[in-house]
Write a protein that binds this ligand. Structure first.
Ligand code: ZN
Length: 95
């Protein structure tokens, strides 16, 4: 994949957000990330159960289809993930 990731510069300065992590997962599985992006993403996956679950789902898709395409990551699935994450975070903040 030969895409310039517009958020890469931002990710270098801040912790990665879920939106950024989800967007980078396919490049990650392709081995197409720069070392710094790769490290940031792995760090995020360690800390974020929803993104690591998302990664597992993408891996399962690859096992089934033998490939990963951007259309597997439809916008609704991304919104579901962000929704889950926001709920998880607000529950955590309440306790
Ligand atoms: Zn996340």
């Amino acid at each position: 994949m030969n895409v310039r990731w517009p958020w890469a510069r931002r990710a270098a300065r801040h912790d990665m957000t879920c939106r950024e992590a989800v967007a980078l997962v396919t490049a990650y599985l392709d081995g197409a990330l720069e070392v710094r992006e790769h490290d940031l993403l792995e760090q995020h996956l360690d800390e974020c159960p929803h993104c690591s679950e998302h990664l597992k789902q993408i891996e399962a898709t690859i096992l089934l289809t033998g490939e990963v395409r951007a259309e597997h990551l439809d916008p609704l699935a991304r919104e579901d993930l962000l929704d889950l994450y926001r709920r998880w975070r607000s529950e955590r903040d309440r306790s």
